[in-house]
Design a protein around this ligand. Structure first.
Ligand code: AMP
Ligand code: ZN
Length: 472
């Protein structure tokens, strides 16, 4: 079986077949953070989900190009910039830096491309002009440019591909200027917003005068510019289905960038939300957490990551401080098992076994629309089974090295950081003795100690800060 994913577009699970005729290259776009504040753990659930999708595609042999944009200009940001008295870039730069630190703490791989909306004003303007040429964009009285849903439909397109919308209730020509709105207020939406006094110094020149782009057009322009007019996978949290993603489709397909009849995006995947203690996060309820809040309480990034990927991405996840404590226990079991394997393997390198039940079960589970619950069940069954074999002394060094390679193979997808074991006192004493021997130019003794350490599964690494003992 190959990989199957739930496509929001068809509302069904479909085999994943990339657009690339060689079946190898995959273009993946995930809507990135709006850098108006520190991202909360709900936002990070979505980004960790995107990281797992990217890692699993790589595990499955695809050559992935992962794009995650930075929304560094939109309504919320402008409001905050004005309150702060800072420049746009000063303001967003700070939160962007914090965002990437958090992403790294959660063990996410850096997306290959991280485009900023403010650096794509040229392609955004080009796209709006194309919509204007196609008769789908029009100027309103205030100088802003809007997308006409009526004209788009008249041109034979369907508005409401991701969500069934009741277009009968829509009053043609009615407009919505804000970036975020509910489906009850389907209306023509802003592509280019004419400059108003509240925008302060945040504006760009355009054929329609000074102004700034709407949020939706930013993602259409950045994704198509970097991945081409048609690409494989578009991800985001479920709240982005409407209007953001629906509008992205309308703008990209309305501009007719896919001259060959292809769709803008082949597969849309949406992650369900994260709740805290059963409720939507809110500052007034006291259940609003950023990652730094949790780290300050003593949690590790890998524990938060584990928790976020312990439930299926299409199920709402209830985050609690109690289950965060449970994450530590669960990871401790894995650490203990892998540490024992490492000790036994004595630094031997091995490839994962072709018939490993761990890898087979893990792959079967993940192929099934990323069924992480079954994937974790495979991992913990492996821990139990391996512990039994270790206790019964059934594993030699080569077998231990292979088991470790099996775990590392699947952990390339799970992305759980390995905690380095601290060397015991006698090992540290030997390392110090080796240092002294080297200083005294007693190289025979220093080599002897190195061999002794290796026999016990430790190596000395020379670092700029001096020698460090670590597991072989
Ligand atoms: P934003 O920075 O507000 O644009 O959101 C970044 C991402 O986080 C988007 O993909 C949202 O869909 C997602 N998101 C927002 N709230 C939550 C939540 N409570 N749980 C999961 N994802 C969320
Ligand atoms: Zn987006």
């Amino acid at each position: 079986m190959g990989l199957n994913v739930f496509n929001t577009l068809s509302r069904s699970v479909e085999p994943f077949v990339p657009l690339d005729p060689d079946g190898k290259k995959v273009g993946l776009y995930c809507c990135g953070p709006t850098v108006h504040d520190y991202a909360h753990i709900g936002n990070f659930r979505t980004f960790v989900f995107a990281d797992v999708v990217r890692r699993y595609l790589t595990f499955r042999g695809f050559d992935v190009r992962h794009v995650m944009n930075i929304t560094d200009v939109e309504d919320k940001i402008i409001r905050r910039v004005n309150e702060s008295g800072k420049s746009l870039s000063e303001y967003t730069g700070e939160f962007e830096k914090a965002f990437f630190n958090d992403l790294e703490a959660l063990g996410c791989l850096m997306p290959d491309e991280r485009p900023h909306a403010t650096k794509f004003i040229g392609p955004i303007i080009k796209l709006i002009k194309k919509l204007e040429e196609n008769g789908i964009a029009y100027r309103a009285g205030d100088g802003s440019v809007y997308f006409s849903i009526e004209k788009y439909r008249e041109a034979g397109n369907r508005y409401g591909q991701l969500l069934n919308l009741n277009l009968e209730e829509m009053r043609p020509g009615e407009r919505v200027s804000s970036d975020e709105y509910e489906k009850e207020s389907i209306a023509d939406f802003a592509l280019w917003k004419a400059r108003v006094p509240e925008d302060g110094e945040v504006f760009w020149k355009s054929p329609w005068g000074e102004g700034r782009p709407g949020w939706h057009i930013e993602c259409s322009a950045m994704s198509m510019e970097l991945l081409g007019p048609s690409f494989d996978l578009h991800l985001g949290g479920e709240d982005l289905v409407f209007p953001h993603h629906e509008d992205e489709i309308a703008q990209s397909e309305g501009a007719c960038m896919q001259c060959d009849g292809q769709k803008f995006v082949k597969y849309w995947m949406h992650g369900a939300h994260l709740l805290v203690e059963g409720k939507k996060m809110s500052k007034s309820l006291g259940n609003f957490f950023t990652l730094r809040d949790l780290l300050a309480k003593g949690s590790a990034g890998r524990e938060v990551r584990y928790l976020m990927i312990s439930a299926h991405y299409r199920e709402t996840f209830n985050f609690t401080l109690d289950n965060l404590a449970g994450a530590r226990t669960a990871l401790g079991r894995i650490d203990e098992c892998t540490a024992k394997l490492r000790e036994l393997a004595l630094g031997q390198a091995a490839a994962p076994a072709a018939d490993s039940p761990l890898v087979t079960r893990f792959t079967e589970a993940m192929d099934d629309d990323l069924n992480v619950s079954a994937a974790w069940a495979a991992a913990f069954d492996w821990v139990r089974d391996t512990n039994r074999k270790l206790a019964a002394e059934e594993l030699d060094a080569a077998a231990a090295a292979t088991e470790l390679a099996n775990w590392e193979h699947i952990n390339a997808v799970l992305g759980i950081e390995t905690i380095e074991e601290k060397a015991p006192a006698e090992i540290l004493a030997l390392a110090e003795e080796r240092q002294a021997a080297r200083k005294a130019k007693d190289f025979a003794r220093s080599d002897q100690i190195r061999d002794e350490l290796a026999a016990q599964g430790w190596v000395i690494e020379d670092t700029p800060k001096g020698p460090r003992v670590k597991r072989a």
